[in-house]
Design a protein around this ligand. Structure first.
Ligand SMILES: Cc1ncc(COP(=O)(O)O)c(C=O)c1O
Length: 359
């Protein structure tokens, strides 16, 4: 059996260091917002080339808190419209909704799966105040074109980089991250962060994440409790130095898939050189049959994602939308096994089976 992602094996090399961190944590007896969170925030800010990093509870909260902070700062007002890709994980859209803003869904480019800048401009109204860009599967969205639109219409730009740790970012300076265990930089539980160069935004998010309080027992905002957990920060600090090497391994696997999978019925992704391959996603019109065939051969695959956000039960307000490219992608995508610990023999086997598939 080849699992889609053997997360236990991904974390195995760090086992001894994790145990040491746990021992230190227990000896220290400081459980919330301690040295480990502070050190991780510094290290992750440096790793993303940002001035500030604020650890938060998870990737969804990172988005929600960022937009809420912009509201508290007076840059946004509840009811403002935020452009967001229709083809994303639903959390991107939930973060906008939770801040009382209005998501405006834009179709992706069918080759890159990321938001199509051409579709953005036609959705801009007097109420449009921002764009939430998503670097889906680990591939940079077309930031040049998006930044240009942002300047032209004076829009705030936030990047949902939950799937893009280690990407060489270009463009805006405010990015949200998830450290959900399966991500390229995964914690051993829920965790997230926002990075930015905007000091006011950083202090507002920090305060909002801690009951709206900068000084203990004095509350400036109607805040939340969404802090990066001290123990998760300690574990993340163990893994962070190896992120680049793990991403290189992902890239090597992706390059094998890209050059060796040869089957007319399978569409390979169009990838830029700096893709960090959180996921390797192929497309086929006969996805159910391919997934079953692979499963019968002991190869586990997943679908990211089977139901488009605008088709979800929770998103009734979007049910009327016609988003054919997003829907086509959701009907055809299949994610192949991808992780830094996937062995060559298994990759050989996956490629061999894909090439032998006759649908
Ligand atoms: C694109 C995207 N945005 C946001 C999130 C939310 O992150 P979390 O699960 O940490 O809340 C995820 C992943 O789960 C994601 O893939």
């Amino acid at each position: 059996m080849i699992p889609f992602l053997d997360i236990k094996a991904v974390n195995k090399p760090y086992d001894i260091k994790f145990q040491e961190k746990l021992k230190q944590f227990l000896e220290k007896g400081w459980y919330i917002l301690g040295d480990e969170v502070e050190a991780f925030e510094e290290e992750f800010a440096a790793c993303t080339g940002s001035e500030y990093c604020i650890g938060v509870g998870n990737g969804l909260d990172a988005i929600t808190l960022t937009f809420n902070a912009y509201i508290e700062m007076g840059n946004l007002e509840k009811g403002d419209e935020i452009i967001v890709p229709a083809n994303t994980y639903i959390a991107s859209i939930l973060g906008i909704l939770h801040a009382g803003l209005v998501p405006v869904l834009v179709e992706p480019n069918l080759e890159t799966y990321n938001i199509d800048p051409k579709g953005i401009e036609e959705k801009i109204t007097a109420k449009t105040k921002g764009i939430l860009v998503v670097h889906l599967y680990g591939q940079l969205a077309d930031m040049e074109a998006i930044m240009e639109i942002g300047y032209k219409y004076n829009l705030l730009i936030v990047e949902d980089a939950a799937q893009a740790h280690g990407l060489l970012f270009k463009g805006s300076h405010t990015r949200t991250f998830s450290f959900y265990p399966g991500k390229n930089l995964g914690a051993l539980g829920d965790a997230g962060a926002v990075v930015t160069n905007d000091e006011k935004l950083a202090t507002t998010i920090k305060s909002l994440s801690n009951y709206g309080s900068e000084q203990k027992y004095y509350n400036d905002y109607i805040g939340y409790n969404s802090r990066l957990d001290e123990l998760q920060a300690a574990f993340l600090r163990v893994k962070l130095p190896f992120l680049a090497a793990e991403n290189e391994r992902r890239s090597a696997i992706a390059n094998r898939y890209l050059s060796e999978i040869k089957n007319d019925k399978i569409l390979l992704p169009v990838c830029s050189a700096d893709h960090v391959f959180h996921l390797f996603v192929i497309r086929t019109e006969n996805r159910e049959a391919l997934q079953k065939y692979l499963a019968d051969n002991g190869i586990q695959t997943l679908i990211h994602y089977p139901v488009a956000p605008h088709k979800q039960k929770a998103m009734e307000a979007f049910h009327h939308l016609s988003l054919p490219i997003t829907e086509k992608i959701h009907n055809e995508v299949l994610s192949l096994p991808m992780s830094p610990v996937l062995e060559e023999a298994k990759i050989d086997f996956i490629i061999e089976k894909l090439n032998a598939w006759t649908s």
